[in-house]
Design a protein around this ligand. Structure first.
Ligand SMILES: Nc1nc2c(ncn2[C@@H]2O[C@H](COP(=O)(O)OP(=O)(O)O)[C@@H](O)[C@H]2O)c(=O)[nH]1
Ligand SMILES: [Mg+2]
Length: 269
């Protein structure tokens, strides 16, 4: 008997709400009929236009935000990393290019995954100092910057790497948009490679020195658009407005999981 009562109670409960909704719909229909036709059409046009603008903006924004830039001195392993991320092989023996390598692709490690995966737009900008201005074409569109450092032959190149990194970290396109930067210590397949902690500390020390010398001359020769860090403190990457993180990789052996993680953190699949 008790079990037979509950369905009857439920239908009785549901009735008033359905009635209220029906009443509201009738009110709404009546209200629509009372409105002048022109006003109604204008309102519909505004709603449709807003919807279209939002959709177009999201599509444009999506394509703008999937660019990842590979930068760093020549010989660090950018080109091998590019191929490793795209094809899963280092394509050894490729000659040093004077043109940027550009490609839109789904990461090789994600090819097996089911469902639609958003491709990344990867740009490998040659490290030669004459070609560095090319970076300015890509940085404004970047969702992330990978700064590749040769962890094997690091010390002789530390100063030059710090200078290049300083220039990137003080660019207005990077600072204003807070583009995240990954300092990638590559070639860690070799036992003599320096650790990422060591590389981070050395780069911070070099940038600290550069900061003093560059700010001294910059009042006359304004080349760097922004100053780095907190003026009265020793420089650390944590003082940057944008996120700067350090990771390790070996483009040669395919140890690129930390790079892929960084990419997917900033270009959602
Ligand atoms: N041991 C080792 N060598 C690497 C690695 N990545 C690149 N190399 C070597 O470093 C040299 C420069 O590589 P490349 O990709 O052309 O550097 P890029 O100038 O930065 O594009 C080549 O001889 C590569 O074989 C790595 O992960 N481990
Ligand atoms: Mg190269």
């Amino acid at each position: 008997m008790g079990s037979g009562e509950s369905p009857t109670l439920k239908t009785q409960d549901a009735h008033p709400s359905i009635l209220v909704i029906g009443k509201w719909i009738r009110h709404f229909e009546q209200w629509i009929h009372e409105q002048p036709k022109e006003q109604l059409y204008t309102a519909i046009a505004v709603v449709v236009a807003t919807f279209l603008i939002v959709v177009i903006y999201r599509i444009l924004n999506r394509s703008r935000c999937n660019t990842v830039v590979l930068s760093g001195l020549s010989g660090g392993g950018k080109t091998i990393l590019f191929y490793q991320l795209r094809d899963g092989t280092p394509h050894q023996g490729t000659v040093t290019s004077m043109e940027p390598n550009i490609g839109s692709f789904v990461l090789h490690s994600e090819l097996e995954k089911k469902g639609k995966i958003k491709p990344i737009h990867l740009v490998d900008v040659p490290g030669h100092s004459r070609l560095r201005p090319m970076l300015d074409d890509f940085l404004p569109k970047a969702a992330g910057i990978i700064f590749v450092v040769d962890a094997l032959d690091f010390l002789p190149n530390c100063r030059a790497a710090a200078e290049y990194l300083y220039d990137i970290l003080t660019k207005s396109s990077v600072v204003r948009k807070k583009v995240p930067v990954l300092i990638l210590c590559n070639k860690t397949d070799k036992v003599t490679a320096h650790s990422k902690e060591f590389i981070r500390k050395q780069l911070e020390k070099e940038i600290d020195k550069l900061r003093t010398s560059r700010t001294a001359v910059s009042s006359a020769d304004v080349t760097n658009e922004y100053t780095l860090g907190v003026p009265s403190e020793v420089f650390t990457f944590s003082q940057c407005h944008n996120k700067v993180v350090v990771a390790e990789s070996s483009g040669l052996t395919g140890e690129v999981s930390q790079v892929e993680q960084f990419i997917r953190e900033h270009v959602k699949p």
